[in-house]
Write a protein that binds this ligand. Structure first.
Ligand code: UTP
Length: 297
């Protein structure tokens, strides 16, 4: 029996400088794709995959994330008085149960690896999921659920979701080497963080923001000096852990939108709005009008 994954870590302590001034006083994780904050989308994905403990690694200015995952009594009583039962039900459904959320602070944004390490005492000696909330996965079933299936089928270990990108973009990401494919799952046999030259990349499969990790990752992060870009990276620690434990990859079925980047964020809004029953037709007509007035595509 593999050890079940019940805890997910959400690092939300980054500065979000690419979205200034929007992120001056508001965390970038509260930016919305249509009407759902990206952090809510990541929590929805984790709940669908069976997660019961949600650990948020926050920083200054991030208190609103804690409020978002709490009851808002005044709002709820107003909605009740106005008979807005659909809205009330939605707020109720979006909320993890009492006691299922934990918050800790990173204090200084020293990099993703460091943010994950800050969660070590809340995670304990258990495997856990790691979700970068600004990577929005448009997938059915959700990306983490697809990863859980690979985790079960392959008897545990570590699992990373990957996606294919054009070769000229590999230098921007963590890239994995793949062997022994079985369907869309494979064994990871190498990793390179932001390869300088295309020849240094073992493939064009990039790590896309969802991880299942064994708790030994924490001691590997601890050993580490700052890596690429002066930050403590998670990839460096995973490369060391790979020498001791299996790492599996899944080319998951779905599309990733990097909502930490403006184009990715705008594209996610278009894609999610177009497929909404209540908005799709109206939004498509509005897009057509905009495109026509600007000379088409
Ligand atoms: P990014 O690389 O997108 O960095 O972080 P950022 O600082 O948030 O954004 P920019 O580049 O300044 O616009 C990826 C994820 O890791 C978290 C972020 O909150 C985001 O979810 N992170 C990053 C931390 O929690 N702590 C860090 O020190 C760095």
């Amino acid at each position: 029996m593999v050890r079940q994954i019940k805890t997910a870590v959400f690092p939300v302590a980054g500065l979000g400088t690419r979205f200034l001034p929007a992120t001056k006083a508001m965390p970038k994780e509260m930016l919305t794709v249509v009407d759902r904050p990206v952090i809510q989308l990541a929590v929805d994905e984790a709940r669908e995959a069976g997660i019961e403990h949600f650990v948020f690694v926050t920083g200054r200015n991030k208190g609103v994330i804690e409020d978002h995952f709490d009851k808002q009594y005044e709002l709820e009583s107003t909605l009740r008085k106005r008979g807005k039962s659909a809205e009330l039900d939605m707020l109720e459904q979006d909320l993890p149960a009492a006691g299922q959320t934990s918050f800790t602070r990173q204090q200084e944004p020293l990099g993703l690896g460091h943010a994950v390490w800050c969660a070590r005492n809340l995670v304990g000696n258990e495997p856990f999921a790691l979700l970068l909330p600004d990577m929005v996965m448009h997938a059915r079933p959700g990306c983490l659920k697809q990863m859980m299936d690979v985790y079960e089928a392959r008897g545990g270990g570590n699992v990373l979701a990957v996606e294919e990108v054009p070769w000229d973009q590999v230098s921007r990401y963590g890239v994995v080497g793949a062997k022994n494919w079985n369907g869309n799952a494979f064994e990871i046999d190498g990793m390179v963080e932001k390869p300088k030259k295309v020849e240094d990349a073992p493939s064009n499969l990039i790590i896309s923001g969802r991880y299942i990790l064994q708790p030994e990752i924490f001691s590997e992060i601890e050993k580490q000096e700052a890596g690429a870009g002066g930050e403590i990276q998670i990839t460096d620690a995973m490369m060391r852990l790979m020498k001791q434990q299996p790492f599996h990859g899944i080319k998951y079925n779905g599309t990733t939108y990097d909502c930490g980047d403006k184009i990715g964020f705008l594209a996610a809004n278009v894609a999610f709005a177009l497929e909404r029953q209540d908005l799709g037709d109206g939004f498509r007509a509005a897009l057509k009008r905009i495109l026509a007035s600007q000379g088409g595509l």
